[in-house]
Structures are given as C-alpha cells and as structure tokens.
Design a protein around this ligand. Structure first.
Ligand SMILES: [Zn+2]
Length: 266
C-alpha cells in the first residue's frame, strides 16, 4: 500500500510503502515524473500494488509495478480522500521500517476498502480507535478509568486517564460523552464494527466518537511513534506526582495499579 511519495531530484520519487511481509519500505521510482513513465500513476498514495524492487545501496529501486486496486473511488471523492490520507498518515506513523506488521497491513487495506465502498464518516475514526487498540492503547470502557467503579452511567471520557469516567469522577475532568457515543465506541472496539458502520446512529454521535480521541490524534498524524514499550509501570515520564509527556503515547499502563495511571493532562 503506497503511503506517501516525495520528490527526488528532477524526475524521481521516493515512495513509502507498507508491505505485507516487510513492514514499511522506502524505494526510489526512477523517472516516474517524466512524461510517459512506465510507472504512470500507479504509485500514488492509496494505491494497492504488487511491487518488485532490487536492493540499492541506500534505498531499494522499483523495477516493476502492477496495480491490485487503485481505490479510484477514494480519489474521486474529496471527503473520502481526506479520510484516506489521514488513515495513511496514521499507519505511516506507527509502521516501522522493515518490521513485519501484518495486522496493521490488513487493517489499512481493509479500512481503505471499506471507505471506498461505504464512504461513511465513521470509517476513519473507527480506524484510529482500532489502530490505538492495536498499538496497545485499549481504552477502559466498562469501568471508571479513574476510580474503578463499574456502575453505569459513564458520562465522561478522559483519554489521559485511559477511558470512561463515572458520574463522580466526570465532575473533575474529561469530556462529556453521550450514552449512544459510548455504545458506538464499544461496538467499534468490541468486534462489531461492521454492524456499527451499517447503523452508526446520528452524525453527531460519530462526531463525538471522533472527538473523544481528541488531541491525541494530532501527534499520531504528525508522525510520533506509538510505542507501548514506553508506557506502563516503570515509565519514568508518568506516575503519581509526575507529569505526563507532552506527546504520544498516552500514559496508560497496560496493567497494574489504578493509582499509577494518574497522569493529568489539563
Ligand atoms: Zn469514578
């Protein structure tokens, strides 16, 4: 899957590709910007291609390209293209060079295919949430992320705390979420994404699910690495009495005492 391209010299481009078996690969497409190039428009972001390269001194060099799916529907619809590009950027930011990540590859191809056939506003936010979950940041949706209470309702959501907040804790921070938005988020992350896409509820619910990711999404898109190894108990940046780092990842321990989660971001 072509993630992005950058110009190189007069006629070439460096193409970043997310591969099925080799993680992110960067390769030079020589002469691609010349009129009549044999690569044509086959190496554009959102193109799903079969690629042959040879190993160059610094970068691989593309020798052959065959289109599997150009996802034309995405490019012809501006709204879909915007969503597709944000999904590509997010995948680009978490993919490691030459590090096999098949779940990410499958999620990206599946996500773009879904967007091409069903240009719902929910596809991109659902992709972001599932990407966070894949990277080890699965929000707590069944108990209060701050005090541990399992008593519904959970009218608050605080990404920094790690999930939903009960009535009492929601008074002290987080953003308000309506029950319908929480239900939708549970469906997205609980394996019922297809059903959620078929019937997402109103547009304002989708907006709320998107907004709950909040400012955390910006660093993902800017290219910060989501690294689960830098979270959790023992992480020097977060913990009681310490301040969370300014960027990604959010300070959620994978497991451990609830008190350890107390990184406030206000
Ligand atoms: Zn609580």
């Amino acid at each position: 899957m072509v993630l992005r391209t950058i110009k190189l010299g007069e006629t070439d481009r460096i193409v970043s590709i997310l591969t099925q078996g080799n993680g992110k690969v960067r390769a030079v497409a020589k002469g691609i910007r010349r009129p009549g190039s044999r690569f044509g428009a086959r190496l554009e972001p959102t193109s799903h291609v079969a690629l042959q390269c040879y190993a160059g001194r610094e970068l691989d060099v593309v020798t052959q390209v065959e289109t599997i799916d150009a996802f034309r529907a995405l490019r012809e619809h501006y709204g879909s293209l915007t969503h597709a590009v944000s999904m590509l950027e997010a995948a680009d930011s978490v993919a490691q060079e030459r590090e096999r990540n098949q779940p990410l590859y499958r999620m990206l191809v599946g996500g773009l295919r879904t967007l091409a056939t069903n240009p719902s506003a929910l596809v991109a936010p659902a992709f972001f949430w599932k990407l966070l979950s894949l990277e080890g940041f699965h929000p707590i949706l069944e108990d209060c992320a701050r005090c541990g209470s399992d008593e519904e309702p959970f009218p608050g959501f605080d990404f920094g705390e790690g999930g939903v907040l009960c009535e009492g804790c929601a008074r002290f921070g987080g953003r308000r979420v309506r029950p319908a938005a929480l239900a939708l988020l549970r469906r997205i992350l609980g394996g019922a994404l297809a059903g959620a896409l078929a019937d997402p509820g109103g547009g304002e619910i989708v907006v709320e699910v998107d907004a709950a990711i909040g400012s955390w999404r910006a660093p993902v898109r800017a290219g910060a690495r989501l690294s689960s190894s830098s979270t959790g108990p023992g992480c020097p940046a977060v913990g009681p009495g310490r301040t969370a780092p300014a960027g990604f990842p959010p300070p959620w321990p994978a497991a451990g005492p609830r008190e350890g989660r107390g990184a406030r971001r206000r």
